[in-house]
Design a protein around this ligand. Structure first.
Ligand code: NAD
Length: 500
């Protein structure tokens, strides 16, 4: 019998075996097969990763825009060429369907494409003759070693939100992927080196709490980007800010959709079912709460029928709509919360617990589940369930629905379904949520923009990828300059602050 493969660390351009004695199994959530063992890197190994990034920064910061662009052009080509293999790795370790796993890689690929053309976003500004013969201009300079900590639910897209833009702007990077599914991230790291990223510019360490805390505390790390749950993100934000770093944390969510009675019914119901149950509800931009307004309240039976018709099985089956949740612990959490919903008086109109999944009896499956009569004081409303569970609420008017959403602490995403332009316009104006869909269920912005979750879903001013991240990954240096001909007449001594 062959030994279980081990996940390597990437330090200074080498994939190396950790010397740790702490390992964790990477488990296929559909079968419980152990796919690999992931190390919890030692403090010496974390130190080496940061040291190699610090050393590499000395030369990488001076690399030309063209050199960086060509690496990312090659990288996007390699990701595209290997997308099926990447998706298969991702499905095996994370559980989502192969089609959705390709989507996960593709949404990251879009950031890589953008990283190839980032030069024009890193242009400084210049004002000629701010005083006579004096020019002022800005340089957007890289900061040094940047770090990223990523969650399990998008193990391709979210690492690709981070290191390509950091590296394309001239920084070097230390990445700590989720210990639950690090394999696709490592394949992406291999392709990054194949594309030409030099030794030390990208480093990957593995681990949990200790590795995260070491990143937050390390004096040579300039920025920390975190995506994950609210309680860990809040800890990371406080600890890394305290240590003087720039920090951005994208955190938990509870996204609501408002359904107006004038919406296109077919389109709306299909969108709701896809957004609530796709990826087994394990998306930070999923729609776990739907508010049916007015006559749309009568759509619940049809919504339930469509949810019921989804196929629950392993992500490798091309007919699967809902794959397993990531772990036994996640399954226990979801089923406990469903029971809590029942106990607190919500009506369980569709119970997805204990589905029969032939051939995958050991998998972490829970099928689409719908509660109606949900109120804002129930635990299933207050907590992020992160499973295929939809809470249906009702409102008499759009204003009442907007009030419910604005009173929720989260601000990651929201959507309205309507055919009224006036209603949509008022919704976009009055809703206090950072990412808004109008007849679009999962409005994750493409990389021409930045991910802009708000309120309780985010800490830090600037979002990942897109334009905002250029500011995050650079220091603006403002230069005021003046040049003299050899025979220029000297100015008189000027003891005021004014430029003449
Ligand atoms: P998580 O917070 O458990 O883990 C995220 C990272 O933090 C991992 O790398 C993990 O190793 C590390 N970590 C876990 N516990 C820690 C601790 N106690 N101290 C220090 N580090 C710790 O999140 P997850 O379960 O992997 O991902 C799901 C969560 O991420 C959900 O809440 C989801 O909404 C959120 N998420 C948010 C966005 C967004 O853009 N807002 C995107 C994706 C996921």
């Amino acid at each position: 019998m062959s030994a279980t493969p081990t996940i390597k660390l990437l330090i200074n351009g080498e994939f190396i075996e950790s010397k740790t004695d702490q390992w964790r199994d990477v488990i296929n959530p559909a079968t419980q097969e152990v796919l690999a063992k992931v190390p919890f890197a030692t403090s010496d190994e974390i130190e080496s990763a940061v040291a190699s990034a610090r050393e590499a920064f000395k030369t990488w910061r001076k690399s030309s825009i063209g050199v960086r662009a060509r690496i990312f052009l090659k990288y996007q080509h390699l990701i595209r060429k290997n997308i099926k293999e990447l998706a298969a790795i991702l499905t095996a370790e994370q559980g989502k369907t192969l089609a959705d796993a390709e989507g996960d890689v593709f949404r990251g690929l879009e950031v890589v494409e953008h990283a190839a053309s980032v030069g024009n976003l890193q242009l400084g500004e210049m004002a000629n003759n701010v005083a006579s013969g004096v020019n002022t201009y800005t340089l957007l300079q890289p900061l040094g070693v940047c770090a990223g900590i990523t969650p399990f639910n998008f193990p391709a897209m979210i690492p690709l939100w981070m290191f390509p833009m950091a590296i394309a702007t001239g920084n070097t990077f230390v990445l700590k992927p989720s210990e639950q599914d690090p394999m696709v991230t490592m394949r992406l790291a291999e392709l990054a080196l194949e594309a030409g990223i030099p030794p030390g510019v990208l480093n990957v360490i593995h681990g949990g709490v200790d590795a995260v805390n070491a990143i937050c505390d390390h004096e040579d790390i300039q920025t920390v980007s975190f995506v994950g749950s609210t309680h860990v993100g809040t800890h990371v934000y406080n600890r890394a800010s305290q240590a003087g770093k720039r920090v951005q944390c994208m955190m938990g969510a509870k996204n609501h959709a408002i359904v107006m009675p004038d919406a296109n019914k077919e389109q709306t119901l299909n969108n709701l079912v896809g957004a609530a149950f796709g990826a087994a509800g394990q998306r930070c931009m999923a729609l776990p709460v739907v508010i049916l307004v007015g006559e749309a309240r009568n759509w619940l039976p049809e919504l339930t029928r469509r949810a019921e018709s989804l196929k629950v099985s392993a992500g490798t089956d091309p007919d699967t709509d809902v794959g397993p949740v990531v772990s036994r612990a996640a399954l226990d959490r979801v089923t406990t919360l469903i029971q809590k919903g029942v106990d607190e008086g919500a009506e369980l109109v569709l119970d997805g617990r204990n589905p029969i999944v032939p051939g995958f009896e050991a998998g972490n499956f829970v099928g689409p589940t719908i509660f109606s009569g949900v109120t804002t004081s129930m635990t299933i409303y207050e907590q992020e369930i992160f499973g295929p569970v939809l809470c249906v609420m009702e409102a008499a008017s759009m204003d009442e629905a907007i009030d419910i959403i604005n009173a929720n602490p989260h601000g990651n995403g929201t959507a309205i379904f309507t055919r009224s332009g006036a209603a949509a316009q008022r919704f976009q104006e009055d809703i206090n949520v950072g990412q808004v869909g109008i007849n679009v269920p999962i409005p994750v912005p493409v990389p021409l923009f930045s991910f802009s979750g708000s309120r309780g879903s985010k800490l830090g001013d600037l979002g990942p990828y897109g334009k905002q991240v250029i500011t995050f990954y650079t220091q603006t240096k403002t230069v005021t300059s003046r040049w003299f001909e050899e025979d220029a007449e000297a100015d008189a001594v000027n003891t005021t602050i004014t430029l003449k």
